[in-house]
Design a protein around this ligand. Structure first.
Ligand code: ZN
Length: 255
């Protein structure tokens, strides 16, 4: 399957017994949707491209602005004014020309979002608002697609995995219920410490690659919280909410 160039390019992954040829093959054949190409989605996409994930579907309707550049390192100064998906695609193709990049410079609503989510192996939530997060969670649990969810604001970050294929996995809605109106603070209102988004986005790539290759244990059922000022991590155990309207306490064949 892999040619000589690919065997060389991916040799440091393949020499890990947990990954091996089979894991690399899984990455090369995978389709991953990344929603949000900002501070989280940029580094996540860069690592997935470098690792050789076959196709990345980039979704973001924003354009690159000057105020993005202190943290969104996938975009160059010259890209100001361009669509974020187009700017990211240029960087990703420069990292690894073998990766197919699909650009969706639009805001996907319910049906369209679900149609795309159904076509991929895994989704990364790198968005910055609750409305999108809930919609993406619904689409993932309706289609049985694992979701790697990250968030970052000021000095605080968090990451978890919601995997509808696992009977004991909660979903994003179990955690945040209906409490999250669209009043959530965003980086534009609250500020964000530049490398924080790189830490969380890189961890999203790590969990995604583990899920795709079946490596180790994922964050399913655990929420990691980073206090960047004290550089302390907390791990919270998460259980499905039996009253949750989206995963219904999850029964493995949810949806
Ligand atoms: Zn739920």
């Amino acid at each position: 399957m892999l040619n000589d160039q690919q065997l060389l390019r991916y040799s440091r992954s393949i020499m890990l017994p947990e990954v091996d040829i089979a894991g690399q093959d899984a990455w090369c054949n995978a389709r991953v949707l990344i929603l949000g190409l900002g501070g989280l989605g940029g580094p996540a996409a860069a690592y997935l491209a470098a690792a050789g994930v076959g196709e990345l579907i980039l979704v973001d309707d924003d354009r690159v602005e000057l105020s993005n550049l202190q943290r969104q390192v996938i975009h160059s100064h010259e890209a100001c004014g361009e669509a974020k998906v187009a700017s990211a695609a240029v960087t990703l193709s420069a990292i690894n020309p073998d990766v197919r990049v699909t650009q969706l410079a639009e805001r996907l609503e319910e049906d369209a979002l679900r149609a795309w989510v159904e076509q991929v192996d895994l989704v990364l939530d790198c968005s910055d608002n609750f409305k999108t997060r809930f919609a993406l969670n619904r689409a993932c649990f309706a289609s049985g697609t694992p979701l790697v969810s990250g968030a970052a604001i000021r000095f605080d970050g968090q990451i978890s995995v919601y995997d509808p294929r696992q009977p004991d996995s909660p979903c994003y809605q179990c955690l945040y219920g209906r409490g999250g109106d669209d009043e959530a603070m965003t980086c534009s209102e609250s500020g964000v410490f530049p490398p924080l988004v790189g830490v969380i986005g890189s961890m999203q790539a790590m969990e995604a690659l583990k899920l795709l290759a079946g490596v180790g244990e994922t964050l399913t059922g655990r929420l990691l919280l980073l206090d960047g000022k004290r550089m302390q991590w907390r791990s919270l155990k998460l259980r499905p909410d039996p009253e949750c309207p989206i995963c219904k306490g999850n029964t493995q064949d949810a949806g």
